[in-house]
Design a protein around this ligand. Structure first.
Ligand code: HEC
Ligand code: HEC
Ligand code: HEC
Length: 138
C-alpha cells in the first residue's frame, strides 16, 4: 500500500495547477448509495480485502500486483469507469484544448461508449506486467 502511495504522489491526480485531488477512495470506492450496496454484496474479493488481509510485505505485494490490477481493471470496465466519470466526462471535455491525438481518441470514444480504463491504465500506479509463471496460491 505504501508503494502505491509513493507512486501516486508523483502524479497529477495528487497535485495539479487547479488544486483538485483525486484520493484513493475517489477512484476505488463507489459513491452513490446503490453502487455501494452493490459493491458490498458482490465485491467480496475486492483488492482492499486482499490488502487488509494478506498482502502485507513488498514481496507479497509485487507477487499479487498483476492479479490485483486485473481485479481493478475488470471492475472499471464493468462499471464503464464510473469513478473516473465522477470527475471527468467526455461531454465536459474541451476537445479543442486537448492535444490532437487525445481529441481524436475522445471524440471516437464518446461516440462508441468506450471506458476510460480501456486506454488509461497505469495513470497513478506503475502498470504491472503479466508474470511469466502462474501465481502460487496464498
Ligand atoms: C476526484 C476527481 C478525479 C477522479 C475520480 C479522476 N480524475 Fe483524472 N484528473 C483529475 C484532475 C483534477 C486532473 C488534473 C487535470 C489537470 O491538471 O490538467 C486529472 C488528470 C487526468 C489525466 C491526465 C493526466 C495524466 O495523469 O495522464 C488523465 C488521463 C485522467 N485524469 C484519467 C482519469 C481516469 C482514467 C480516472 C479513473 C480511473 C480518473 N482520471 C479519475 C481528477 C480526477
Ligand atoms: C480510445 C482511447 C481513449 C479512451 C477510451 C479515453 N482516452 Fe483519454 N486520452 C487518450 C489518449 C491517446 C490521450 C493522449 C495521450 C495521453 O495523455 O495518454 C488521452 C489524454 C487524456 C487526458 C489529457 C488530455 C490533455 O490533452 O490534457 C485526459 C484528462 C483524459 N485522456 C481523460 C480520459 C477520461 C476521463 C476518459 C474516460 C471518460 C478517457 N480519457 C478515455 C485516449 C483515450
Ligand atoms: C485516479 C484514479 C486512482 C487513484 C487516485 C488511485 N488509484 Fe489505485 N488504481 C487505479 C487503477 C486504474 C488501477 C488498476 C491498475 C493500473 O492501471 O494502474 C489501480 C490499482 C490499484 C491497486 C492494485 C495494485 C496495483 O498497483 O495495480 C491498489 C492496491 C490500489 N490501486 C490502491 C490505491 C491506493 C492506496 C491509492 C491512494 C494512495 C490509490 N490506489 C489511488 C486508479 C487509482
Amino acid at each position: 500500500m505504501q508503494m502505491n502511495h509513493e507512486e501516486y504522489k508523483k502524479t497529477l491526480h495528487y497535485k495539479n495547477a487547479a488544486g483538485i485531488q483525486a484520493t484513493c477512495a475517489d477512484c476505488h470506492v463507489p459513491k452513490d448509495v446503490f453502487p455501494k450496496f452493490y459493491a458490498k454484496i458482490y465485491a467480496v474479493k475486492d483488492v482492499y480485502h486482499e490488502i487488509m488481509g494478506t498482502v502485507d510485505t513488498k514481496e507479497k505485494f509485487e507477487a499479487r500486483r498483476w492479479h490485483m490490477a486485473n481485479v481493478v481493471w475488470d471492475k472499471m470496465r464493468a462499471t464503464d469507469s464510473r469513478e473516473c466519470r465522477s470527475c471527468h466526462e467526455y461531454t465536459n471535455m474541451e476537445i479543442s484544448a486537448q492535444d490532437r491525438l487525445a481529441g481524436k481518441k475522445h471524440t471516437r470514444a464518446a461516440a462508441e461508449g468506450e471506458a476510460c480504463i480501456d486506454c488509461h491504465a497505469g495513470i497513478v500506479h506503475t502498470e504491472p506486467l503479466e508474470p511469466m509463471e502462474p501465481l502460487e496460491p496464498m
